[in-house]
Design a protein around this ligand. Structure first.
Ligand code: F0G
Length: 385
C-alpha cells in the first residue's frame, strides 16, 4: 500500500481507542484493541464541483432530440462502468481490453437508456398506453419505465423463449403479458398489427428511433472515457443497438470528444444470423431465418427490423459481422465470470466470443485498444449454461 498518494488523503482510525492505524486493505479491526475501524477520506481537499453534475445518461441531454418541456422519466440509467479485463488481455495477448457493463443499468440491460428517453417523450405527449414486442429485456425495461410513468404497458413475448429473470421483471412491474407461438419476429408482427388499429398505443420497440437516441449515449460515455479506441464488439439481434453505438461515436467525433471511428464488429449467434449471412452474400439485404435458434434467447431473431441501420454502422466503420456457436458463447460467458468476476447473460458474451474468434483466426491486430459491450446482467438468465 505504500507509495500511493491516496495514503495521504485517507486515515484509518479505531472508533474505540482512537488510535490511527497503518493503511492496509486486510486490516479489519484495530491492531491495538480490536475495536471497529473507521476510514476517513480528507474531504476538505475535494470540492463539490469535482463531481459530475448528473450521474446518468441524462448528462447528454443537450444531444438528445427533445424539447425542454420533456420531463425525464428516469431511474438513473447510464453512467455504467467501463472496466479493464487484464486477465483476458493476458490470455488473448491483446494490448488493452475493456468491457462496458450495461448490465449495471437499473433493469439490468442497455435497453434502459433508450427506454428512459422514449418513455419520457411519449409521456410528455400524453400517450396513455405502451406496447412492445421483445425477447425479454426490452419488455422488462418498458414495464419498469411504463410503471414509473403510470402507463399501461403490454408486452408481447415469444412463448417459452423468454429467460426467467426477464419474465419475472415484466410480471413484477405489472405489465400485461401476451404470448405468441413463434419467435420475436412474430411478436413484432403482432405489435405492428395492433398499432395500425389504435392511435393511442405507443410502440417502444427499436423501430422507434427515439429509443436509439437514448441508446447512443453508451458511445458518448466510452468516448469520454477513452477518447480513442480501435475496435468494438457487440451482440446483434434486431440491429438497433449497433446503429445507436455507431451514431453516438459519429456525433462524438463531430463534437471533438473522440478522435476517430473505431471498427464496429456485430456478433450474431449461428442459429440466428440473418444479418451476418446477408452481409456475406453481398450486404444488400438480410437473409431471413424462419426458425431462429440459440441459447442466447435475447438475440433469437430471424427477421431483424433494423438490418439496414446495422449494415450502415458496420460499413461506415469498416467493421464486419460474424457469427459464433452457442458453445463458444457459453465458454465466453464462463471466461468473463471466472477470470474477471464479470457476470453477463449469454447474448452479451457473444461480444467476447466474436473477439476470440477473430483473434484465433489471426484477423484482428492484437496491438489494439478494444471494447466489448456486455449488454445484460447474468441474473437475467440463470438457467442457460
Ligand atoms: N443483447 C441483449 C442482452 C439484448 O437483449 C438484445 C436485444 C441485444 C443484445 C441485441 O440488440 O436487438 O438492438 O441488435 N434484445 C431485444 C429485446 C430484441 O427484446 O430485449 P439489438
Amino acid at each position: 500500500m505504500r507509495g500511493h498518494d491516496y495514503e495521504e488523503r485517507i486515515t484509518i482510525r479505531c472508533l474505540a481507542c482512537g488510535k490511527e492505524q497503518e493503511l492496509s486493505p486486510r486490516l479489519m479491526v484495530c491492531s491495538y484493541c480490536g475495536g471497529p475501524l473507521e476510514i476517513e477520506p480528507d474531504v476538505s481537499r475535494i470540492s463539490i464541483s469535482d463531481f459530475l453534475k448528473i450521474r446518468s445518461m441524462w448528462r447528454y441531454r443537450p444531444v438528445l432530440p427533445m424539447g425542454d418541456f420533456v420531463e425525464p422519466i428516469t431511474l438513473g440509467e447510464g453512467a455504467t462502468p467501463l472496466i479493464r479485463l487484464r486477465n483476458i488481455e493476458r490470455i488473448l495477448g491483446i494490448k488493452e481490453l475493456y468491457a462496458k457493463i450495461e448490465g449495471a443499468n437499473p433493469t439490468g440491460s442497455f435497453k434502459d437508456r433508450g427506454m428512459s428517453l422514449a418513455v419520457s417523450i411519449a409521456n410528455s405527449y400524453g400517450y396513455p398506453e405502451f406496447i412492445v414486442a421483445s425477447t425479454g429485456n426490452t419488455a422488462a425495461s418498458a414495464s419498469a419505465y411504463g410503471a414509473r410513468a403510470g402507463k399501461r404497458v403490454t408486452v408481447v413475448l415469444p412463448r417459452g423463449y423468454v429467460a426467467d429473470g426477464k419474465l419475472f421483471q415484466s410480471i413484477l412491474h405489472g405489465a400485461r403479458i401476451l404470448y405468441v407461438d413463434g419467435s420475436f419476429d412474430d411478436a413484432l408482427s403482432k405489435v405492428i398489427d395492433d398499432l395500425s388499429r389504435s392511435s393511442t398505443l405507443y410502440p417502444l420497440n427499436s423501430i422507434n428511433p427515439w429509443r436509439l437516441e437514448g441508446q447512443k449515449t453508451v458511445a458518448y460515455e466510452i468516448a469520454e472515457d477513452l477518447r480513442e479506441l480501435d475496435a468494438i464488439f457487440l451482440p446483434v439481434g434486431n440491429g438497433g443497438n449497433i446503429y445507436a453505438v455507431y451514431k453516438g461515436f459519429a456525433e462524438a467525433i463531430k463534437m471533438g470528444i473522440m478522435n476517430r471511428m473505431p471498427r464496429i464488429f456485430g456478433v450474431q449467434a449461428k442459429g440466428a444470423s440473418p444479418i451476418y449471412t446477408g452481409w456475406n452474400l453481398g450486404g444488400r439485404d438480410l437473409k431471413p431465418v424462419n426458425r431462429p435458434e440459440t441459447i442466447a434467447t435475447a438475440i433469437r431473431i430471424g427477421r431483424p427490423a433494423n438490418w439496414l441501420k446495422a449494415f450502415k454502422a458496420v460499413r461506415e466503420s469498416k467493421g464486419f459481422f460474424l457469427s459464433v456457436d452457442d458453445t463458444d458463447i457459453l465458454a465466453s460467458q464462463r471466461m468473463l465470470a471466472k477470470l474477471e468476476g464479470v457476470g453477463c447473460e449469454p447474448a452479451s458474451a457473444a461480444s467476447l466470443a466474436g473477439l476470440i474468434k477473430l483473434v484465433d483466426e489471426g484477423i484482428i491486430d492484437k496491438d489494439q485498444r478494444i471494447v466489448i459491450i456486455l449488454t445484460g446482467h447474468s441474473l437475467k438468465d440463470p438457467i442457460a449454461r
